[in-house]
Design a protein around this ligand. Structure first.
Ligand code: FAD
Length: 404
């Protein structure tokens, strides 16, 4: 049975960043990553793939090139956790043991929860930026749209990047207006409002109004009828719950999401299936030698790659303190960031914390649409991700003392 001091499950944005920061902080540490995929995608770039700005290729790197120096990569997946015995079993039947476990498997996309969706995707105008297999089709669908009704859906929370479902609606709307198409754009979201952070919801409501987008709240997509080109929603408000059928010519879907079954069905999960960690220390509440970060971690923050930048330094510091037998003093403040693209050349850089307070990185009013923030999203953030964040750069450290 192979043993590692630190075993990281998942080599996505969170797993690679955590492993890289740990190795930088303590080069002698024995760190291994369990990750089945040979390719790593910069998922935040998929909104711009769907909008024809990036190619899918630009968002892809070889996983082997991202594994931090000195870290062991096992190309395998976890099949079962056994935290009571500090070990896990992999899909290929190996048992691995650890001193400390980091769970970073991300979310699973639940396409099959929407009837007819899996069969409809990728043709007939049904697209999604949430999958590498369909994001290029989003751009095809936007380009071949000749007018009519374009619906953009948003699934119930939690989902990764809660702003992404509306960003593509704004970008598509720009394309339709430029072509002077007779288009009605509908943003149908399961949420009760346009965005969960009041400071950013206010300018977004203005964007929706200015563009003439029909925003419909509390709309949960339940079925796609590809043959008749109809999207079926369950609409629930304080008084009633009813079904609403909306015809579409283009349908961009954000699928429901959940923790992977292997996590949700394990002793590590909370009631919702996510890893039950303390929201400040990122340490498991029942298994002190287990930590988690990224989308699968059960904190109430907005699930983004940017959030990982806030979490990784905290996890690194607390995990090393745990190994050394010291108290855990670093605390995550819930930092997340969603570059809310409101059209080609415009974005609101929405940064915020657990308290829903704006936490801007720039000395500018963060609630304003700006070309500069579009530039940051398009040019700066991808390079920051590949060259600094995944490399475990110490400049990404964000300690926020006294947030409790
Ligand atoms: C369309 C879209 C737009 C987005 N826009 C933004 C944005 O603008 N800004 C932003 O900050 N974030 C954005 N995000 C969100 C961001 O990509 C995620 O929050 C981030 O990737 C989370 O990192 P993670 O490591 O937790 O999960 P992931 O990066 O998804 O990685 C999880 C890894 O775990 C692996 N894994 C899964 N199951 C197992 C298993 N059983 N065993 C071992 N390994 C396993 C997977 O193969 C994967 O490599 C966007 C995402 C999408 C899809």
């Amino acid at each position: 049975m192979a043993h590692h001091q630190v075993l990281v499950v998942g080599g996505g944005a969170a797993g690679i960043t955590a492993a890289a920061q740990l190795k930088r902080a303590r080069p002698s540490l024995d760190v291994a990553i369990l990750e089945p995929s040979a390719e790593h995608y910069y998922q935040p770039g998929w909104t711009l793939v769907g909008a024809g700005v990036f190619s899918l290729e630009e968002t892809r790197r070889r996983e082997a090139d991202l594994i931090p120096s000195g870290v062991t990569w096992m190309r395998d997946a976890v099949a079962a956790f056994d935290p009571d015995h500090n070990r896990l079993t992999s899909s290929s039947g190996h048992t691995l043991s650890y001193d400390v476990l980091i769970v970073a498997t991300g979310l699973k996309l639940c396409w099959s929860k929407v009837e007819g969706l899996s069969e409809a995707l990728g043709r007939g105008g049904v697209c999604s930026n949430y999958s590498k297999d369909f994001t290029t089709y989003t751009w095809e669908a936007i380009q071949s749209f000749k007018g009519g009704q374009a619906i953009f859906t948003c699934a119930p929370m939690p989902i990764k990047c809660p702003g992404a479902p509306q960003k593509i609606a704004y970008l598509a709307d720009d394309v339709f207006k430029k072509k002077r198409l007779a288009a009605k754009v509908i943003y149908a979201t399961a949420t009760p409002g346009i965005f969960g952070i009041p400071a950013y919801a206010a300018p977004l409501r203005e964007v929706v109004k200015r563009k003439g987008i029909d925003a419909r709240y509390n709309h949960v997509l339940t079925e796609v009828r590809a043959a008749s080109k109809e999207a079926v929603f369950q609409v629930t408000d304080a008084e009633s719950s009813r079904e609403e059928v909306i015809p579409y010519d283009l349908l961009h879907v954000t699928p429901p999401m959940a923790a992977p079954d292997v996590v949700a069905g394990s002793a590590l999960a909370n009631g919702a299936g996510f890893v039950e960690v303390d929201q400040y220390s990122l340490q498991h509440v029942r298994y002190p030698n287990v930590f988690s970060l990224g989308d699968v971690a059960g904190m109430p923050n907005s699930k983004t790659a940017a959030a990982v930048r806030g979490q990784a330094p905290v996890l690194t510091s607390n995990l090393l303190a745990f190994l050394d037998g010291h108290g855990l003093s670093a605390a995550y403040d819930g930092y997340s960031c969603c570059p809310l693209i409101t059209g080609y050349g415009k974005a609101i850089m929405a940064e915020f914390n657990y308290k829903a307070e704006p936490t801007p990185s720039f000395p500018l009013d963060p609630t304003k649409e700006r070309w500069s923030m579009w530039f940051v999203k398009r040019k700066i953030l991808p390079s920051l991700y590949w060259n600094r964040m995944l490399a475990g750069s110490q400049h990404e450290r964000r300690f926020v003392p006294g947030v409790r």
